[in-house]
Design a protein around this ligand. Structure first.
Ligand SMILES: *Cc1c(COP(=O)(O)O)cnc(C)c1O
Length: 402
């Protein structure tokens, strides 16, 4: 049977070149980068090369990249590290309702420690309004954290404008850019970013490695205390295979960026158009234009997302509802709810995230299988005789004219 992977926002396969390099740094080149002898020095050099490769991908200076054990750790560090280092200046943080749980749950933790958090709402396309950010700023605000692009519905945020606003008010600006880095061009200077989170396994690097970009002069507390690794900011012997792996993945992503975006975007547009032509009573979630090149997210009325996923899986297609971290729980996506969808409608969402290895045949196969599945599920649904999305839901999502 055909097997198709349509879940690149959950994770991606490690690039062959990346895996090869990692193996080398587990076997032959196994030294500890802190050792003074040649085994250590060679590895230390490789770590610094990887740092430069990651910096290059986002327009940063090499010494502004700090390796972490993934996106979640970098998010935790950014929020807690800024909070504790700047507490005297203020205790107010601004974020949004559609962040990844690595941000949301960290902010909830800080609330218990006496911080005030403003969770900004979003519009029907999951976009934050710059005006809302402006109005939320107080003289106690120390940090604004807004994700670069949403991992569920793909919507790109007005990052440049928010960054500008933050800087005018002397407030640090962090962005969780995990779904965007390696998949969309980012330059920390152009976008006025002070801190940025990235994760290797979302762009063909390994799992368990990520980085926090910290602009020079940003006041932030160390994450771990111990040895002098990562310039005393994150103690602990480096995950060398992971680091050289994410470095290589960054180099490849930067090299192939334009080609990859063009490829993935063309497939995305074909699939969106095809679904709209073949299936009625649907809504495209997220912004129609300002979205990640590989992201597709639809609501299908009268159909549960879980049933859709299982039936697609039987046909060899791997997709998701909401995000990988949210599925497994029965709660509907907090992102779709924040966009104004009802609980009932939010449960019927399907996320397809495309990658560089997907082909036109994959899209054609999906366009053959998906309408059959949706049709069959609808024919069994007790809801299908009534309750159209447009009538039952307060949301007013964008839908292309058919
Ligand atoms: C995947 C993801 C993370 C978590 O990264 P890990 O490396 O898996 O911990 C954080 N934020 C967003 C938006 C993500 O998509």
């Amino acid at each position: 049977m055909r097997k198709i992977y349509f879940d690149h926002s959950a994770t991606t396969p490690v690039d062959g070149e990346v895996a090869k390099l990692m193996l080398e740094y587990m076997t032959d080149k196994f030294g500890n980068p802190s050792s003074i002898h040649s085994f250590g020095r060679d590895v230390a050099k490789a770590v610094e090369k990887a740092r430069a490769q990651v910096a290059g991908l986002i327009g940063a200076n090499t010494n502004e990249i700090f390796f972490t054990d993934g996106g979640t750790e970098a998010d935790n560090w950014a929020i807690k590290g800024i909070a504790s280092a700047n507490r005297k200046k203020g205790n107010h943080i601004i974020t949004t309702t559609i962040e990844h749980h690595a941000i949301l749950h960290t902010c909830e933790y800080l609330e218990k420690q006496g911080f005030d958090i403003t969770y900004l709402p979003v519009d029907q396309y999951a976009r934050v309004r710059v005006e809302d950010v402006k109005n939320a700023i107080t003289d106690r605000t120390i940090l604004i954290s807004v994700m670069f692009a949403n991992n569920e519905v793909g919507t790109l945020q007005p990052i440049k404008e928010i960054g500008q606003l933050a800087h005018q008010s002397n407030i640090y600006f962090h962005t969780d850019a995990v779904p965007a880095v390696g998949n969309y061009p980012i330059d920390v200077n152009e976008y006025n970013i002070d801190l940025l989170t990235l994760s290797g396994h979302k762009f063909h690097g390994p799992k368990g490695i990520g980085a926090l970009y910290i602009r020079r002069c940003v006041r932030i507390d160390a994450l771990h205390h111990g040895g002098a690794q990562e310039r005393k900011m994150r103690a602990g012997t480096e995950n060398v295979p992971g680091i050289v792996g994410v470095g290589k993945a960054a180099e490849i992503a930067q090299r192939d960026m334009e080609k990859k975006i063009a490829h993935v975007q063309a497939l995305r547009d074909k699939l969106i158009k095809g679904i709209q032509e073949k299936i009625s009573d649907i809504k495209l979630n997220g912004h129609p234009e300002m979205r990640l090149p590989g992201n597709i997210n639809f609501c299908f009325s009268y159909v549960e997302g879980e049933s859709l996923l299982l039936n697609l899986d039987i046909k060899g297609i791997a997709a998701s509802t909401g995000s990988a971290c949210a599925s497994g729980s029965l709660d509907p996506s907090h992102v779709l709810l924040a966009m104004g969808l009802s609980h009932e409608v939010a449960q019927g969402s399907l996320r397809i995230t495309l990658g560089r290895a997907n082909t036109e045949e994959d899209i054609n196969y999906c366009l053959k299988v998906l309408p059959e599945i949706v049709g069959r599920l609808r024919s069994m649904s007790p809801l299908s005789a009534f309750n159209k999305i447009s009538e039952s839901s307060p949301c007013n999502c964008y839908s292309y004219a058919k």
